[in-house]
Design a protein around this ligand. Sequence first.
Ligand SMILES: Nc1nc2c(ncn2[C@@H]2O[C@H](COP(=O)(O)OP(=O)(O)OP(=O)(O)O)[C@@H](O)[C@H]2O)c(=O)[nH]1
Length: 404
Amino acid sequence: MAPGRPMHLDIPTLTLVSLLMGIGASIGFTSLMTVLHTQVVLRIWVAGIWISTLGVILIGLRNHIPDLLSIVVGNGLLVSSNMLTLKGISVHLGLPLRLRWPAALVVAYCFCMAWFAYVTPNLGARLLAGSLQAMAFNFAYAYLLLRFSEPAIRISCRIAAAVMICNGTFYMLRAFVPLDPNSSQDIMLAGTPVAATYVIGILTGLASYFALLQLITERLMVDLRQAAHTDGLTGLLNRSAIVAEGRASLERCLQREQPFALLIFDLDHFKQINDRWGHDAGDAVLRHVTTILREVTDWPGSLAARYGGEEFVLALPGADHGQGLAVAERLRQALAYSHARIGSQDIPVTASIGVAMARPGVRFEQLVRQADEAMYRTKFDGRNGVSSAEMDDLRLAEAGDSRC
Ligand SMILES: Nc1nc2c(ncn2[C@@H]2O[C@H](COP(=O)(O)OP(=O)(O)OP(=O)(O)O)[C@@H](O)[C@H]2O)c(=O)[nH]1
């Protein structure tokens, strides 16, 4: 800027800034999409951002292209981009949003733009309609984010909702900004108050992009945490997760002097299932066993895991020996009586179960080992049964007594 000359932010300059920002965001989001290509939401938002950028280009070329392209198509693209953002948010939240109403709004808005461009030319009415549609969409985004976010992603949803509410409020206030009387239907001559709203609009647009990024980031973090904890085939906890969570749960019980039962079970002759019906059927049987396990276990605070190939662990904090054995027997029966139905095949499944009870000072891994030994006793005794480490100890003690 030349010395002594005041900075002048006119609407053409601000449109150019807004356009450059849109192009930058479009390129940035697109490159992010190439890395995170499994994120459907990101693809929807990238499409929306490019469409919005195209809309700003057409509106910016107001005096160089026909009004139909600049006013009707340009604004139509902007409102379509808002509709895609809404669709992306609903997908992000897992909502089955039908686009009928937003699409009707897009059509009505384009009609309104055409009306106030050709039938009753009125720049003020067009700006008012633009502000109202942007306000409506931003409040709709915020409503969905606040109303339907699941707890795991609530922080980013609340922040994004706050940004959208600010945006919506800004567009509501912008609806009342007066036009320069000499603008003569040219948005580029709409005057300083409108130019000021362009500056704020650029800032709120930027904030919206960051809000969307934040939504994706928190979702990815949650997905990663989930993947690190769960077994891909069954959705149960994996081995390292049950050890970590089991240790903490056991410690809490020991501190409160509450009982803690641990069950381990291994499917019987699972190799034969794989050999006879194939590996995919074997996988389906493992999922069937998981369903039964979930149905049978309604113990508060219980932890269920796939500990190895066809070996599962169930921790029951607060359960005493009798309760542990009762759950184990219920599980054994439920498995034995419900054949896994894979396609047209009925595959019988049984399990050998071992139960161990926590004693003061025991570590979780020791408890697993004790339950495992009990489970092997069941295998030895003929499978499809329940053994308890406590009983084994008792038997050993009695054998010792009788030898004395
Ligand atoms: N389909 C499938 N099979 C698996 C998976 N993980 C381990 N296995 C199979 O599970 C079988 C376990 O066989 P074994 O250890 O001999 O046990 P078993 O046949 O159940 O015999 P017992 O335990 O003595 O009753 C092996 O054939 C493994 O290949 C898996 O994720 N999917």
